[in-house]
Design a protein around this ligand. Structure first.
Ligand SMILES: Cc1cc2nc3c(=O)[nH]c(=O)nc-3n(C[C@H](O)[C@H](O)[C@H](O)COP(=O)(O)OP(=O)(O)OC[C@H]3O[C@@H](n4cnc5c(N)ncnc54)[C@H](O)[C@@H]3O)c2cc1C
Length: 378
C-alpha cells in the first residue's frame, strides 16, 4: 500500500485525505495545529465562480461548486454547507456599470445570474436596507461553507477510512535527498517516512519548501505590507440569530452568517491596510469601520460583541491554483490555492487521481508550477 504523508490539515489537505484514504492509500495527515484551525476556519468561504477569470478558471470553479453539491449529498447535506445563493448590489455609476457587465458576462457563460429589483432583494433578505436606486444581482447557484466543521467532517471520514492524524504543536520541516523528499521531521525530533509527500500548507507553503530548494510563487503572507492578510470581524455572539441567510455584497462590504450565530464581515479595501504585524488596536479600528458599513445595510447591529482578527490568504502570485508534482522533488506533490474553499473538493478529486494513478489531468494543465518557468536566453 502506498504510504502518503499530507502536510497541512486545512480544507485542501482534509478533502484530499478523504479521497486518498477512501481509495485505500495509507494516509498520515500532519499539522502543527488542530485541523481546520488556520485560514479555512476564518474564510468567508463563498462558493462561487463570480469573478473568476479567464474562462478556464471560471469553468473550473463552476465544476467545483457542483462537486461540493455532490460531495455533501453523500454526507446527507450537513448544516455547514449552505447553498443559499449570493446577493450583490451597486449604487455608484461605476459600480452599476461593472455589475451590469458582470451580469451580462456570467449569463453569456450560462452561470445562474438574475437582476432583481431592490424590493425583490428585500423580500429575499428582509433585514437588509437596499436603496431604491441600487442595481441588484442574485446568483442562486452560490453558497458558503463553515470551514471549521467542514474540515472536521472530512478528517473524520479520512480517519474512518484508516488515515492517521498527527498534531505536532509546531511546524514540521521536510528533508530532501537525491530522490526527492526523504522524510518529514517533527518538532520533537521524530520523523514520518512515506512513498509520497503532499504539501497542503496553505499560505505557509513557501516557507515549507524553500529550505529544500523549491521557490513557490506565492505572496509571502508574513512579510510587512503583504497583500495576503485580511481583517475579519465577527459581530454577535454564539447563539444569536444571523439577520441574513446568504453571502451578501453591498458596496464596500462582504458579509454572511457566522458559525454559531451573528455575522462575519470583511472588505477588500480594509484588507489592503493590514498585515500580520498590525496591532490589535488597529484591527479593532478597522472592525469599527466594517461594523459602521454593516450598520448602513442592516440597521440595529450595535451593542453586540465584536471580535476582530487578522487571517492570511494563500495567494499564488497570479491568483490561480498551483498543483502537481514538483519537478525537482519527484515524490512530492503540491496543492495550494486562493479560492481554496470553492476549489478544494475538485482539486482533491483531480490531485488524488494524479497521485494514485500517475495520470495527468488536462483540467489541471493551466495550474502547474511550470507556468512560471522562464526560458533561458538563446
Ligand atoms: C478572509 C478570507 C476570505 C476568503 N474568502 C474566500 C471565499 O470567499 N471563497 C473561497 O473559495 N476562498 C476564500 N478564501 C481563501 C480560502 O479560505 C483558502 O484558499 C483556503 O482556506 C486554503 O485552505 P488550505 O487548506 O490551503 O489552508 P489552511 O486552512 O491554512 O490549512 C493549511 C494547514 O497547514 C498547516 N501547516 C502549514 N505549514 C505547516 C508546517 N510547516 N508544519 C505543520 N503544519 C503546517 C497549517 O497549520 C494549516 O492548518 C478566503 C481566505 C480568507 C483569509
Amino acid at each position: 500500500m502506498r504510504r502518503i504523508v499530507i502536510i497541512g490539515a486545512g480544507i485542501i489537505g482534509a478533502t484530499l485525505a478523504t479521497r486518498l484514504a477512501g481509495a485505500g492509500a495509507d494516509v498520515t495527515l500532519v499539522d502543527a495545529r488542530r485541523p481546520g484551525a488556520a485560514t479555512s476556519a476564518t474564510s468567508l468561504a463563498w462558493l462561487n465562480a463570480n469573478q473568476k477569470l479567464p474562462r478556464h478558471y471560471h469553468d473550473y470553479s463552476v465544476r467545483a461548486m457542483h462537486e461540493w453539491r455532490e460531495l455533501t449529498d453523500g454526507f446527507g447535506r450537513p448544516d455547514w454547507y449552505v447553498p443559499t445563493g449570493g446577493l450583490s448590489w451597486a449604487e455608484s455609476d461605476g459600480g452599476r456599470h461593472a455589475l451590469a457587465e458582470r451580469l451580462d458576462r456570467l449569463r453569456d457563460w450560462g452561470y445562474p445570474a438574475v437582476e432583481l429589483t431592490p424590493r425583490q432583494a428585500v423580500e429575499l433578505e428582509p433585514a437588509l436596507h437596499v436603496p431604491d436606486t441600487a442595481l441588484v444581482a442574485y446568483f442562486p447557484g452560490e453558497g458558503y461553507v463553515h470551514g471549521g466543521p467542514a474540515v472536521d467532517t472530512f478528517v473524520a471520514h479520512a480517519q474512518a477510512a484508516g488515515a492517521r492524524v498527527v498534531v505536532t504543536g509546531g511546524d514540521v520541516v521536510v528533508e530532501a535527498g537525491d530522490a526527492g523528499v526523504s522524510a518529514v521531521r517533527l518538532p520533537d525530533g521524530g520523523r514520518l517516512d512515506a512513498d509520497v509527500y503532499v504539501c497542503c500548507a496553505g499560505w505557509r507553503t513557501g516557507r515549507l519548501l524553500e529550505p529544500v530548494g523549491v521557490a513557490v510563487p506565492i505572496v509571502p503572507g508574513d512579510a510587512p505590507g503583504s497583500s495576503a492578510p485580511c481583517v475579519v470581524t465577527r459581530v454577535g455572539g454564539h447563539g444569536t440569530v444571523s439577520p441574513v441567510t446568504r453571502v451578501v455584497h453591498p458596496p464596500g462590504l462582504s458579509l454572511r452568517p457566522a458559525l454559531g450565530g451573528g455575522l462575519q464581515l470583511e472588505a477588500g479595501d480594509l484588507n489592503d491596510l493590514v498585515d500580520v504585524h498590525t496591532t490589535q488596536e488597529d484591527l479593532d479600528r478597522h472592525g469599527e469601520t466594517l461594523l459602521r458599513r454593516a450598520g448602513q445595510v442592516i440597521p440595529g447591529l450595535g451593542g453586540q460583541p465584536v471580535e476582530n482578527v487578522c487571517c492570511v490568504r494563500p495567494l499564488p502570485v497570479d491568483g490561480h491554483p498551483l498543483t502537481g508534482w514538483l519537478p525537482t522533488l519527484p515524490n512530492t506533490y503540491l496543492v495550494v490555492s486562493h479560492s481554496g474553499m470553492t476549489l478544494a473538493p475538485l482539486l482533491a478529486r483531480h490531485a488524488a487521481a494524479e497521485i494514485l494513478d500517475g495520470t495527468a489531468h488536462d483540467e489541471l494543465a493551466a495550474y502547474r508550477l511550470t507556468r512560471f518557468a522562464t526560458s533561458e536566453p538563446a
